[in-house]
Design a protein around this ligand. Structure first.
Ligand code: ZN
Length: 133
C-alpha cells in the first residue's frame, strides 16, 4: 500500500460540515460528488498528500445513515492507495482478511475501491483505492 489516500468521515449534513471543515483545514472544498452505488454525497478537501472525504447519506437505510445513527458522526474509514487493487485484494484474502466486495467497485473521486470487513481489522473499516487512469 502506498499511503493513506484519504480519511472518510461520516456526517449528518454536508451543508453544515463543509463550512466547518473549510474553517478547520483553512482550505476550500474542491469537489462534491454523488456516489450512486453507495447512496452518498461526498465532499473532498486536500490536505498535503492526504484528503478528507466527508460522507452524507442520501438514504435513511444506507450504510452511512446507519453508522451515524449507531455511533454518531465521526471517522468512518481509512483509505489506502494501491497500485494494483486486484493483487492487493488477493494478497489480503490469502492473509485471512474478509473483503466486503469481491470485485472492485466504482467509488468517488475516480477510483476503484474495495472495503475490508472491520471485524478482522480491529474495528477499523479499511478501503483500498486505485486511481482509474
Ligand atoms: Zn473513501
Amino acid at each position: 500500500m502506498l499511503k493513506v489516500e484519504h480519511i472518510g468521515i461520516a456526517v449528518k449534513a454536508l451543508e453544515t460540515s463543509v463550512p466547518l471543515f473549510e474553517k478547520l483545514l483553512n482550505t476550500a472544498c474542491y469537489k462534491t460528488e454523488t456516489v450512486a452505488s453507495e447512496q452518498v454525497k461526498t465532499a473532498f478537501f486536500r490536505q498535503g498528500e492526504t484528503k478528507i472525504e466527508l460522507l452524507e447519506s442520501m438514504d435513511e437505510q444506507g450504510v452511512i445513515a446507519r453508522f451515524v445513527e449507531k455511533k454518531g458522526e465521526g471517522v468512518h474509514h481509512i483509505a489506502f492507495e494501491v497500485t494494483d487493487i486486484l493483487a492487493e485484494m488477493k494478497r489480503l484474502q490469502q492473509e485471512g482478511f474478509v473483503l466486503l466486495n469481491t470485485t472492485p467497485k466504482n467509488g468517488a473521486d475516480n477510483k476503484l475501491v474495495c472495503f475490508l470487513h472491520p471485524k478482522h481489522t480491529n474495528g477499523v473499516l479499511i478501503e483500498l483505492c486505485q486511481e482509474i487512469k
